[in-house]
Structures are given as C-alpha cells and as structure tokens.
Design a protein around this ligand. Structure first.
Ligand SMILES: Cc1ncc(COP(=O)(O)O)c(C=O)c1O
Length: 437
C-alpha cells in the first residue's frame, strides 16, 4: 500500500460509549438575548449519550462504587426515580454490566418508561405520584439483599461528576471568562459540583440556582422545603436562588427551539429564562446556563404543541386601537411588558416600576388618555423580529417607552424611553413623567 502509512489497531484503541459521556458543547445564544453587552452560553447536556445531564453522575456513582469495592459487575442496582436519572442509570448499568431495577410512579410518561426498558432495566410501578413509596420500597429491597441503592440525593459522587467534568469543561470552554453560572436544582448535584469547581477557580463567579415558583410543576426540579433538602446540598455554595414560573419556563423552552434551534426540556427553559432575566441586571457578563436535556423527552406531554405561546402584540391591533383614540386631545401610549400570570406584575422590573408611577402622574391630568400596549411575554419581546420592533412606523426598541401621540410619524413624537428605564424608583419615574407632561 504505497503512499499510506501502515498501522495496526487493537480493539482497545477504540473508545466505548462511556468515553462520550461529558465534553458537551457550549453554545452562544444568538437572538433571545437581544441587544446586550452580555454573552449567554448554553451547556448542552442533552448531547450526552442517554440524553441528559444525569449521564455524568449515573456513570460516576457506579464507577466510584466499583472502585471502593461496593459493587461488582453482575450485581443489581435499585433506584427510585421518575426521570432522567432512571434513563441515565439504565444506560450506565448496561454499559457496565449490571442489572437495573427502577421503581417509579405509574403516571410517568410513556417515552421515559420505554427508554428505560430499551436499556434493559426492569420497571416496577407504584401508584401515581407516590415517589415516597418508591423510595421506601427501594430501601426495603436493598435491606432485603435484593441489590444496591446508589441514592443520588445523598451520594457525593453525584456532585463529584460535575466537579470533575462539567465545571472544568465550562472553565476551559469560556477561557476562564465565565462570570455567572445558572442551573435548575433537582438533587442539586449539578449546582453543587459546578459551584465548588468554578468558585475554586474564581471566587467572584456568581452561582444562581433555579427552583419552581410556588405551585409550578417543572419535571426534574423541586422547590425543596428546608427539611427535605437533598443531603448533598450546601447552601453556602449558592449565591442566589431564583423562582421560575411554569409558564415562563415553558415559553422560553418553546422560544429556544423556534428562535435558537435548541430543542430542550422545560427545566432548561427555566435556566435560560433565568439567564435572560439576569442579563437585564448586569453588563459585560459571560453567563453560562445548563440545558439539562432534550425536548423530545417531553413531546408526548403536548408542551410543544398544545399550548401556543401567547402571540406577541400585533401591530395591526395596535394601529386599530390608536386610530380609534387619535381624536382625543392628549393621548399617551405606554409600551410595556405583559403581566406575569403568577405575580400579576409586569415581568420586566423596569416596567413594573414605571406602570404605577405613569398612572399616578396621569391621574393629575384628567384630559389625558393612556393606551397601554403590552409587548408580550419575555421570550416574544426578546425576539429581534418582534412585530412592534420591526414595524417601520413603530420600531419600539425599549420597554418601558412612553410616547405623547400626535399626528406626525408616531415614534418621532415626544417620547420617554431610556430615561424611564434608568429611573431607580417609582418616585423618580413619577417626577420624570410629570415634567414630561
Ligand atoms: C430535567 C431536569 N432538569 C434539572 C435537573 C436537576 O439536576 P440536579 O439533580 O443535578 O440538580 C434534573 C435532575 O434530574 C432533571 O432531570
């Protein structure tokens, strides 16, 4: 074979599927962040072989137990899990040669059960929603000598997978530039391990944990009551906890697929929503958010199709409303954010501050009329193609914006935009608007 270098390869030179757990991509969001000095990066954990961030701890918990002599291939693993951990453990057990028994509530989605079964796991059902029964059963089976429970909530090899893998990857992929790290919290393994590693490199990095707001149900993450916090959790490692509503998480998830081409799950929508919120508070930051899994895992729930995001305000509707009011002597238009369905307040903090103050200022002008134009939910507004941004006669570029409407080209009217945004308090807005009027 002239011109070719002869070499021999032994089977051991080739990687196995295990070698492809970790080393996931870190990608920049191009559209959702809008016009900002910040860089928002998504760590795509759905690119792991079994499709989620849980591949890392699943494999590490087995490897470390083997290293300590607590497990030998052929043993049986038992775990109570309703989600990604079950799928990841089923894969890891298949790679390493273990039998796997997974105990879960019977209302788990069909694609999850099917994925676990495809990896050869035995599934044991308990009544719908009965995670506590599942946990007790796992412990009883282990006590009965039927197998070993790895217990992701109390097992330090869970955060260690992130201390040794995810954290160093983020540090090197950002060239040490990361300033903020955001992760949804379930077992808290992801945030604990990354926090310990990243703070060790630079104590200034801010670590933000996401939990569902009261009443929200986001698969994989929990709003832990203090007494039920996972044993691996150490509150000193989290600088700030953000609450995330179900609607905001789901809307952001849908927007990620549509406007960034990132097809991810609901808790990932929550993490990106957190990053977008944070991006409104900081400048020149490099924000890394964990995208835990892929969206196809949620298709059967209908979350991508059944509920469409509320459509952003359409310019046609706006023009109709404004035309109807045009004859009035003192017409003002306030472009502001939609209301968060949970808090009932504008989702944009600057808008939430401005709205009551604008209304108060207007009450003193009985001849004035205010038309409030809501620009839609956060992800819709962040889209550079938002209809009110691109309408040539409007080109609304910031919220809140207050316009005194006249007969000339609308946005060339007297207008308060950036200055409103800069106000630190409701009183400041009130004074500014009163002077403006
Ligand atoms: C979809 C999803 N998001 C977020 C998490 C949270 O990860 P952690 O358990 O490391 O806190 C999990 C954990 O299972 C998950 O399945």
């Amino acid at each position: 074979m002239r011109g070719r270098k002869a070499f021999t390869t032994s089977a051991g030179d080739f990687p196995t599927i295990e070698n492809y757990v970790g080393a996931t991509p870190l990608v920049r969001l191009q559209r959702l962040p809008g016009n900002t000095t910040n860089t928002i990066l998504a760590k795509l954990e759905g690119n792991n072989p079994a499709g989620s961030v849980k591949d890392r701890p699943a494999l590490n918990m087995i490897n470390e137990a083997e290293r300590r002599g607590d497990l030998t291939p052929g043993d049986t693993l038992i775990e109570a899990t309703s989600g990604n951990t079950g799928i990841a453990l089923a894969m890891a057990a298949a790679i390493k040669g273990y039998k796997m028994k997974l105990i879960m509530p019977s209302n788990m989605s069909e694609e999850r059960r099917a994925s676990m079964a495809a990896y050869g796991a035995e599934l044991i059902s308990v009544p719908p929603g009965a995670m506590e029964i599942a946990r007790d059963m796992a412990q009883e089976m282990a006590a009965d000598g039927q197998g070993v429970v790895l217990d992701q909530f109390g097992n330090l090899d869970n955060p260690a997978a992130h201390f040794e893998g995810t954290g160093p990857e983020i540090w090197s992929q950002t060239g040490g530039q990361v300033t903020h790290f955001i992760s949804s919290m379930g077992t808290t393994g992801t945030i604990m391990g990354n926090s310990r590693y990243l703070k060790g490199q630079n104590p200034e990095i801010e670590i933000i944990g996401l939990q569902p707001s009261e009443g929200a149900s986001i698969p994989g993450i929990r709003r832990w009551p203090k007494e039920y916090l996972p044993r691996i959790f150490d509150e000193k490692r989290v600088d700030r906890v953000m609450n995330i509503g179900q609607l905001e998480a789901e809307e952001t998830m849908r927007a990620m697929a549509r406007t960034e081409g990132i097809f991810a799950g609901v808790s990932s929508g929550g993490a990106i929503a957190g990053a977008l919120r944070l991006s409104e508070e900081v400048e020149n930051a490099t924000i890394v958010a964990i995208v835990c899994d892929r969206g196809d895992r949620y298709l059967s729930t209908g979350v991508f199709s059944a509920k469409e995001s509320p459509a952003p305000t359409d310019p046609e509707g706006f023009w109709m409303a404004v035309t109807r009011l045009m004859g009035l002597p003192n017409l003002y238009v306030l472009f502001t954010s939609d209301l968060d369905p949970e808090s009932g307040r504008a989702w944009c903090p600057d808008c939430a501050r401005a709205e009551p103050a604008v209304e108060r200022a207007l009450e003193e002008h009985p001849d004035a009329t205010l038309l409030v134009c809501r620009v839609g939910p956060r992800p819709a507004w962040k889209d550079p193609q938002h209809p009110l941004r691109v309408d040539p006669n409007l080109q609304v570029s910031c919220i809140p914006t207050l316009v005194q409407w006249g007969i000339d080209t609308p946005m060339q009217n007297r207008c308060l935009g950036d200055k409103l945004e800069e106000c630190g308090s409701e009183d400041e807005v009130y004074r500014l608007v009163t002077d403006f009027m």
